[in-house]
Design a protein around this ligand. Structure first.
Ligand code: PMP
Length: 330
């Protein structure tokens, strides 16, 4: 019988699929690595597994311990999944702007959540940062993974994502493109592919316009999970050959095209990565092989990128009116 012993054995080994429709102007082969097929729905399942393994090994997390992290998104899901399977308590601190659906995903996996007000100053005892620091100090056996500085984040991609790409392309990959958030993905995959190819594989970071990686100041943008207003230590700029910036409008247009034309319902940072990849691949020859990492699925964004009214409220698209039966039949 073929089965996984636990859901954690299903993390990683995600497939590559060729993009065919959004790439009509491109001579190179463009492949997407579909990370929403991880059990928790994103590439963050990989870092959660590696971070918890290392914390157990280093004695930072002991039986009965509690994982405390300020996170509302994919990292929380990954950590909650590992925590429940290994018998740890999980407490996530989230700002009150995080929507109900995202909160419910975390509690569905058994995590506890503490919601903090967005309107207070960072040094207020009620702030996101103060509350998570206090929980770590006061809960006995608490461990804070800190994805922005934990070296096991990039290491998980060095040990799994990078080798999978090299194996599945039979060493033919010439370019790798990923959005940069903590920088863990691009740094880990980039280091592996540089080493194994003798420096030949080009590593391209995709960044939302306004973020520090492409020279911005951290100006607001709407695409989630990528871009920063500071330089995290998980990011290793020495393995990155090029940073390509894209606007929210470009990222969201491609996110929507990926769903409609390629059958890939993915999040906005995937659209960003594809947008940047298409710019970088414009003049590449037919024997180039570009791999783009798509970090998560699109179901978490149905009320935003895939919602006409939300998109129009930010000036992105015309509202497509819902049709009546007679509209459809006429
Ligand atoms: N996309 C999404 C949706 C994410 O949650 C993240 C992680 N913040 C990223 C992209 C970027 O990955 P990394 O943190 O490894 O740079």
């Amino acid at each position: 019988m073929k089965y996984a012993k636990t859901v954690l054995d299903l993390v990683g080994n995600t497939p590559l699929v060729r993009l065919n429709s959004v790439t009509t102007e491109i001579a190179a082969t463009v492949l997407a690595k579909v990370e929403y097929l991880n059990p928790g729905g994103s590439s963050k399942d990989r870092i959660a597994t590696r971070i918890i393994d290392a914390a157990e090994r280093d004695g930072l997390l002991k039986p009965g311990g509690t994982i405390v992290e300020p996170t509302s998104g994919n990292t929380g899901v990954g950590l909650a999944l590992v925590a429940q399977q290994r018998g740890y308590r999980c407490v996530f601190v989230l700002p009150d702007k995080v929507g109900e659906d995202k909160r419910n995903v975390l509690t569905a996996y058994g995590a506890e959540i503490v919601v903090t007000p967005t309107t207070v100053a960072p040094d207020s005892p009620e702030s996101y940062y103060s509350v998570s620091d206090r929980l770590v100090r006061e809960i006995p056996g608490a461990f804070k993974p800190d994805q922005y500085s934990n070296p096991n984040g990039p290491l998980s991609h060095y040990e799994t994502t990078g080798p999978e790409i090299w194996r599945d392309t039979e060493g033919k990959v010439t370019h790798f493109v990923a959005g940069v958030g903590t920088g863990g993905t691009i740094s880990g995959v980039g280091r592996y592919l540089k080493e194994v190819s003798g420096g030949a594989v080009q590593i391209i970071g995709a960044d939302p316009e306004g973020s520090v990686y492409s020279g911005g100041t951290g100006r607001p943008y709407l695409v989630e999970g990528v871009g920063e207003d500071f330089w995290p230590t998980a990011y290793d700029p020495t393995v990155v050959d090029q940073i390509v910036a894209s606007s929210d409008a470009e990222s969201f247009e491609l996110t929507r095209r990926l769903a409609r034309e390629e059958g890939l319902l993915v999040g906005g940072s995937s659209g960003l990565a594809v947008s940047a990849a298409l710019k970088a691949a414009k003049d590449l020859p037919a024997d180039a092989v570009v791999v783009i990492l798509l970090p998560d699925g699109g179901r978490g964004y149905l009320g935003k990128i895939f919602n006409e009214k939300w998109m129009q409220s930010y000036g992105f698209t015309q509202v497509a009116e819902e049709k009546t039966v007679s509209d459809v039949l006429s």
